[in-house]
Design a protein around this ligand. Structure first.
Ligand code: PLP
Length: 339
């Protein structure tokens, strides 16, 4: 039985071209800044996204955390959309590493109201002062939803007016760009720092990049080292990352179509799907007992994550085959009948 894995877009295997590039990569010691393949990847990412500088790191958690360390002083607060990855799934790192705290603003479909962001900014000495505003595009826990350009620009203006830096967790920035039909650089514009992941829908085995102004690079480099993220001959990873960055975005439209087809199929099975939230490669489903349904699905060869007691998450990615969607729907129907 073919196992159909919807747990995440991080489960993809490196392609044969990536494996070849990794085997043949020209490498050096990146802790001395001497890995030519890492240097090429960083230069390409910076150019593609319109930034002066980029720094390669092992994970999206690390790029986000380095950004938080760059922007926040101890005791300062970051304003972020409810459900933000930096709050929900980076296990207290904000407090441990940056010494910061967080204020969440409501964000229907991942999009905070710019006025609510403005109102959340603290300057009083009786409260934690705001040090940073953060957005997430696409917004994972809201459904892989896209932050539209107008909302983004309005929130950037709020940050600018308050003289605050603004960070984008763009782990899936290219999914947002494909969904909106704009260049990723357009969505990255106006942020002080942007974090992107190569190891999600773009298909690389490992790696993320932090985009930033040149003036922040030396400090970011020091924080990466502090966190143990200096990776020596990291060109073997960057070689796959270069392919992910150049070829990966071309596959995302298919991932989004598969998610849509899956969502429509799940609705036909009378499962609770909010189609409005299905904008990219994720489908969240409301069910009475998510962990036990996930278990029954596993037994039938369909892997999904239970995101809490009543929520399942399906994520589509390039390693799925076209027939996996109808096949998975059949198995889901079977699992529901077993309930
Ligand atoms: C929105 C978002 N940001 C950051 C990350 C962290 O990436 P990593 O797993 O590489 O640490 C993830 C991972 O799923 C994510 O979904």
């Amino acid at each position: 039985m073919r196992v159909i894995d919807f747990r995440s877009d991080t489960v993809t295997q490196p392609t044969p071209a990536m494996r070849r590039a990794m085997a043949e990569a020209e490498v050096g010691d990146d802790v001395y800044g001497e890995d030519p393949t890492v240097n090429r990847l960083e230069a390409l990412a910076a150019e593609m996204l319109g930034f002066e500088s980029a720094l390669f790191m092992p994970s999206g958690t690390m790029t986000n955390q380095v950004a938080l360390m760059l922007h926040l002083r101890r005791g300062q607060e970051v304003i972020a959309p409810r459900g933000a990855h930096i709050y929900e799934y980076e296990p207290g790192s904000l407090a441990v590493l940056a010494g910061g705290t967080i204020r969440l603003v409501e964000a229907p479909y991942g999009v905070p109201d710019p006025e609510a962001v403005r109102a959340a900014i603290h300057t009083s000495v009786h409260q934690a002062p705001t040090g940073l505003i953060a957005l997430e595009n696409t917004h994972n826990t809201a459904g892989g939803t896209v932050v539209p350009l107008e909302a983004q620009r309005a929130i950037q203006q709020v940050a600018q007016a308050a003289h605050l830096p603004i960070h984008l967790d763009g782990a899936r920035l290219f999914n947002a760009a494909v969904a909106l039909g704009v260049e990723a650089a357009e969505l990255a514009r106006g942020f002080t720092t942007v974090s992107i992941c190569l190891s999600k829908g773009l298909g690389a085995p490992v790696g993320s990049l932090l985009l930033m102004p040149r003036a922040l690079r030396a400090e970011a480099w020091r924080y990466r080292k502090l966190l143990g993220g200096g990776m020596r001959q990291a060109g073997v990873l960057a070689a796959a990352g270069l392919i992910a960055l150049t070829e990966g975005p071309k596959h995302l439209a298919r991932d989004h179509q598969m998610a849509r087809a899956l969502a429509e199929g799940l609705l036909r099975l009378h499962l609770g799907v909010d189609l409005r939230a299905v904008q990219t490669n994720m489908v969240y489903v409301e069910v009475p007992q998510a962990p036990s349904l996930a278990e029954r699905l596993r037994a039938l060869g369909v892997l999904v994550n239970a995101m809490g007691p009543r929520r399942l998450r399906f994520v589509t990615h390039r390693d799925l085959e076209d027939q996996d969607i109808p096949q998975a729907l059949k198995r889901i129907e079977q699992a529901l009948q077993l309930a």
